[in-house]
Design a protein around this ligand. Structure first.
Ligand code: MGP
Ligand code: SAH
Length: 466
C-alpha cells in the first residue's frame, strides 16, 4: 500500500470503457461478451483500482496515516492483514458495481442497434431486489420512474463532495439503471449474494455501496412526509448551488445545475479559473474521457475540428506533437486558450478560428488524425430514442463530416451521443471495413461513445490479440 498516492481528488467517478470492433456483419449472439467484460474490468482496475482502495481505506481508518509512523513491526503486520482484507472486500464490491455498468452496456448497445430489448425488466429488477444487498421494498415502475427523474435531474453528477453527499453518490453507483436480463449475469449475482453475506460483516460502509437505509426510514415514517422533506432538502440544496453558479448558467430554471455539480469531472482544475460559456457547459468532454481519447489518438499532428472550450484539445496536447484546434466561435477559442494555460499546454495548441467545412476544403495540412466532436443540437438530443447522426449533427451529417475529414487523414475519430444509431455509426466505416467503438461509462451511466475509423487507430478486437 502506498500512502503517498492518497488523493483527495474531486474527480472520482469510476470510468469504464467497453470497447469492441464492429463491421456490417456484427452478430450480437457471437459477441465475445465474457472477453469484453474481463478486459474492461482488468483495464479499469489497473487504472483506478489502487486509488479507489486507498480512498476507502483512509476514510475507514483516518488515524492510519499518523499511527503507521509509530507502530511496532508486529502492529504493522496487523495493519497489512487488515489492508489485504480491505482490498479483497472492496475489489468485490467494485466488481459488483462494474457488473451493473456492464449490464447497462449490453442493454444500451442492443437498443442502439434497434434490437429487441423489451425483456421483462420488472422481473429482472425484482430478482435483483432479492439478490442485492438492499432490502428496499419493491416499488412500482411509475414510482421508480418519477424518483429517477427527480434524482437524476440534479444528482447524476457525481464528484463534488460539497454538494453531493455520499448517499447520493452511492445511489448513483449502486443502482443499475437498466437491466440486460442475461441469465448468466443473474446467476452470477445469485452466486455473489452468498459471498457478500459471508464477507460483509466488518465494514462501516458495507451498506454504503448498495443500501439506502435513509430511504427505508423515510418509508417507515410515511411516504408523504418523507417525500416532502426530500423535496425541501433538494430545493435548499439547489438554492445553495445556484448562488455559486456563473451568470450564463442562471437561466432555464434549474436545467444547468447538474452541469455545475459535475464541474470537477469536466475539468479537475476547475477551481483554478476554468472558463466555459453556456453551450460548452453541456458540450465539453469530461476529463477522464478526453484523457482516454488522447491516449488512443497519440500522434504527431492532430486536428480537433470542433475545439469548443478545449476539453479535448488540452488532453491531446499531452499526447500529440502538435494540436490544431479549430472552432467557428472566437469566444470559445479564447476560453480554450485560457483553459489550456491552466493545464500548462497552451503553447502546444494552434487555435484556428474557422468553419471546419471551409478549413478542411482549403487546408494543405495533412494531419495524422482528425477528431470530430460536433454539436448535437443541445441537450435535447436525449429526447430521441435513437439519434440519427445523418440528420441530427451540425453543421452537416456524419457521412459528410467523415468524407471531409478523410480527405485530410485516413484515421478519424468521432465523439457521438450515447443514443446514436449504431447501424449508422458502423456504416461510416465504409463497405467491408470495421470501426472500433468505445462506450464510455462514468459510474453506471453511459456518457457518450467514441468511434474510431482507420487502421492506424483501431485496436485489435477484445479477446483476440490483446
Ligand atoms: P448530457 O446528456 O447533456 O449530460 O451530455 P448527462 O449528464 O449525461 O445528462 P443526463 O440528462 O442524462 O443526466 C453527456 C455528455 O455528452 C456531455 O458531458 C458532453 O461531453 C457530451 N455532449 C453533450 N452535448 C449536448 C454535446 C454536443 O452537442 N456536442 C458534443 N461534442 N458533445 C456533447
Ligand atoms: N470537444 C469540445 C466541445 C465541442 S462542442 C470540448 O471538449 O470542449 C462543439 C463545438 O463545435 C462548439 O464549440 C461550436 O462552436 C463548434 N462548431 C459548430 N459549428 C462549427 C463549424 N462549422 N466549424 C467549427 N466549429 C464549429
Amino acid at each position: 500500500m502506498n500512502t503517498h498516492h492518497l488523493t483527495t481528488s474531486r474527480t472520482n467517478p469510476q470510468f469504464y470503457i467497453f470497447s469492441q470492433l464492429f463491421g456490417n456483419d456484427f452478430d450480437w449472439n457471437n459477441c465475445n461478451w465474457g472477453g469484453i467484460q474481463n478486459v474492461t474490468w482488468k483495464e479499469f482496475w489497473q487504472r483506478e483500482g489502487h486509488e479507489l482502495l486507498e480512498q476507502k481505506w483512509h476514510k475507514r481508518f483516518p488515524e492510519y496515516k499518523d499511527l503507521i509512523e509509530v507502530v511496532s513491526s508486529e502492529e504493522q503486520g496487523l495493519w497489512q492483514e487488515l489492508w489485504e482484507k480491505h482490498a479483497s472486500d472492496y475489489s468485490e464490491k467494485f466488481w459488483y458495481i462494474f457488473s451493473c455498468a456492464f449490464e447497462n452496456y449490453q442493454h444500451d448497445l442492443a437498443k442502439s442497434f434497434g434490437l429487441d430489448v423489451a425483456e421483462n425488466s420488472e422481473d429482472v429488477e425484482e430478482d435483483l431486489q432479492n439478490l442485492s444487498l438492499t432490502n428496499k421494498p419493491i416499488k412500482s415502475k411509475q414510482q421508480r420512474v418519477t424518483e429517477k427523474e427527480e434524482d437524476e435531474s440534479y444528482l447524476t453528477a457525481n464528484d463534488d463532495p460539497e454538494d453531493c453527499d455520499e448517499e447520493q453518490q452511492l445511489r448513483l453507483l449502486g443502482l443499475p439503471t437498466s437491466f440486460a436480463s442475461k441469465a448468466d449475469i443473474i446467476n452470477y449475482r445469485k452466486e455473489r449474494k452468498t459471498q457478500y453475506e459471508l464477507s460483509s460483516s466488518d465494514s462501516e460502509d458495507d451498506h454504503d455501496l448498495l443500501t439506502m437505509e435513509n430511504n427505508e426510514n423515510e418509508a417507515l415514517h410515511g411516504v408523504q412526509s418523507g417525500s416532502v422533506k426530500k423535496k425541501k432538502r433538494r430545493q435548499r440544496q439547489i438554492k445553495k448551488l445556484k448562488a455559486r453558479m456563473p451568470e450564463c448558467m442562471q437561466e432555464d430554471n434549474n436545467k444547468m445545475v447538474k452541469y455545475w455539480v459535475k464541474r470537477f469531472s469536466l475539468f479537475s482544475r476547475f477551481d483554478q479559473g476554468i472558463r466555459l460559456d453556456r453551450e460548452s457547459w453541456f458540450s465539453v468532454t469530461p476529463e477522464k474521457i478526453a484523457k482516454q481519447t488522447a491516449r488512443r489518438l497519440a500522434c504527431d499532428v492532430i486536428v480537433d475540428a470542433f475545439c469548443g472550450c478545449g476539453g479535448n484539445a488540452i488532453q491531446f496536447a499531452n499526447t500529440c506533437g502538435r494540436v490544431i484546434a479549430v472552432d467557428i466561435d472566437a469566444e470559445k477559442l479564447a476560453m480554450a486558450k485560457h483553459n489550456a494555460g491552466i493545464y500548462g499546454v497552451a503553447h502546444k495548441i494552434e487555435f484556428i478560428h474557422a468553419d471546419f467545412l471551409q478549413f478542411a476544403a482549403s487546408t494543405k495540412l495533412r494531419p495524422n488524425v482528425v477528431f470530430l466532436s460536433p454539436p448535437w443540437g443541445g441537450p435535447d438530443y436525449q429526447k430521441q430514442a435513437t439519434f440519427d447522426i445523418e440528420t441530427g449533427l451540425l453543421p452537416v451529417g456524419a457521412s459528410q463530416l467523415m468524407q471531409l475529414s478523410r480527405s485530410l487523414a485516413s484515421d478519424v475519430a468521432f465523439f457521438l451521443p450515447r443514443n446514436a444509431n449504431m447501424k449508422q455509426v458502423v456504416a461510416l466505416s465504409g463497405v467491408g471495413q470495421q470501426c472500433e467503438v468505445e462506450h464510455n461509462y462514468l459510474d453506471t451511466r453511459m456518457v457518450a461513445l467514441t468511434a474510431y475509423y482507420g487502421k492506424g487507430i483501431i485496436k485489435g478486437s477484445v479477446g483476440e490479440d490483446e
